[in-house]
Design a protein around this ligand. Structure first.
Ligand SMILES: Nc1ncnc2c1ncn2[C@@H]1O[C@H](COP(=O)(O)OP(=O)(O)OP(=O)(O)O)[C@@H](O)[C@H]1O
Ligand SMILES: [Mg+2]
Length: 295
């Protein structure tokens, strides 16, 4: 089943078109990286999915219903979560649980799953950024949502805390939970995501797995071996072999590897596949490097 389905969705804010003709279909149990320049419309799209912002035209269904009507099945971790600073971790979570009609048992379970047990009686004002984000994730997960929307969840987190955050999202996929994560940390999300959705000035520029995007944009792949020489690269018609590295396009990868192995008997080949950054830049084309104009 499609968790989020939209067709030609347009969203305006103060007479300015922020999202334009956004058509997408996001499946169950996927981790989606929502990427794009500052002001591209990522947070606006998340708020539209939540039902906090209404679309001007087009259609959008979230878990088959109008946005905002399936609250208990949609979890949200905003960019800045507000807590009661002078209350404890446990009391804050109990407060969110009361609002959502969730039992104390579930609160305790969530505290344990997210490794917050040791600090459950600590005041939030004394929590580190990582602990606060875990608490934010805990409140988003209280109702065991089918869809989780996270707006820049790993900003300011140390590498282990970020890794924990993404591994938790990956683990939730087994239960059919879909996560849509807004982020600028392309290198970090690359290995955890199933698909990337590229927004540029409110329009979708690309949507797919890194493999699909690499294929679609025919991105460059780098093959290296100490036995590759400039003569070999010239013979097989690929980009120069400086320091034993050649560049070929994604569509020629298999063929190039085959030639290197069969004709030149090179077996110690290392392949560097395109990164999400490569795919992101390619999807922007002429617009690459042009983000929001800051006045
Ligand atoms: N409350 C608002 N009223 C009017 N315009 C807004 C409002 N909030 C955001 N915008 C505008 O909508 C556009 C998209 O903003 P949005 O916050 O969705 O971008 P974003 O992709 O999340 O950016 P960032 O990476 O900086 O978080 C921007 O041009 C912004 O100025
Ligand atoms: Mg944003």
């Amino acid at each position: 089943m499609s968790v989020v389905e939209s067709s030609k969705l347009s969203v305006f804010r103060k007479n300015k078109k922020i999202l334009s003709d956004v058509s997408l279909s996001i499946n169950e149990g996927q981790l989606i990286a929502l990427i794009g320049h500052n002001g591209a419309g990522k947070s606006t799209l998340i708020k539209t999915i939540l039902g906090l912002i209404k679309a001007k035209s087009g259609s959008i269904r979230v878990l088959g219903k109008e946005p905002g009507t399936m609250r208990e099945l949609v979890g949200y971790l905003p960019e800045h979560v507000t807590f009661y600073e002078t209350s404890t971790v446990l009391d804050n979570l109990k407060y969110f649980a009361d609002l959502k009609g969730v039992s104390l048992e579930k609160v305790k379970e969530m505290i344990s799953i997210l490794g917050l047990s040791k600090i459950e009686n600590q005041k939030v004002s004394l929590c580190s950024k990582g602990q606060r984000q875990k608490l934010g994730l805990a409140q988003a997960l209280l109702t065991k949502p089918k869809l989780l929307l996270l707006d820049e969840p790993t900003v300011g987190l140390d590498p282990m805390a970020s890794d924990f955050m993404y591994k938790t999202l990956v683990a939730l996929k087994v239960h059919g939970c879909t996560s849509i994560v807004c982020t600028h940390e392309l290198q970090l999300i690359e290995s955890f995501m199933d698909k990337a959705l590229v927004l540029n000035h409110g329009q979708i520029k690309a949507f797919g797995s890194l493999d699909e995007l690499s294929k679609h944009f025919d991105l460059p792949v780098f093959i290296s071996s100490s036995s590759i020489t400039p003569v070999i690269s010239k013979e097989i018609g690929v980009h120069d072999g400086h320091n034993g590295t050649i560049e070929c396009s994604y569509s020629h990868l298999d063929e190039t590897l085959e030639i290197l192995r069969r004709k030149y008997l090179i077996t110690d080949l290392k392949v560097k596949m395109p990164s999400l950054m490569n795919a992101f830049k390619a999807s922007l084309g002429e617009d690459a490097g042009v983000g929001e104009v800051h006045e």
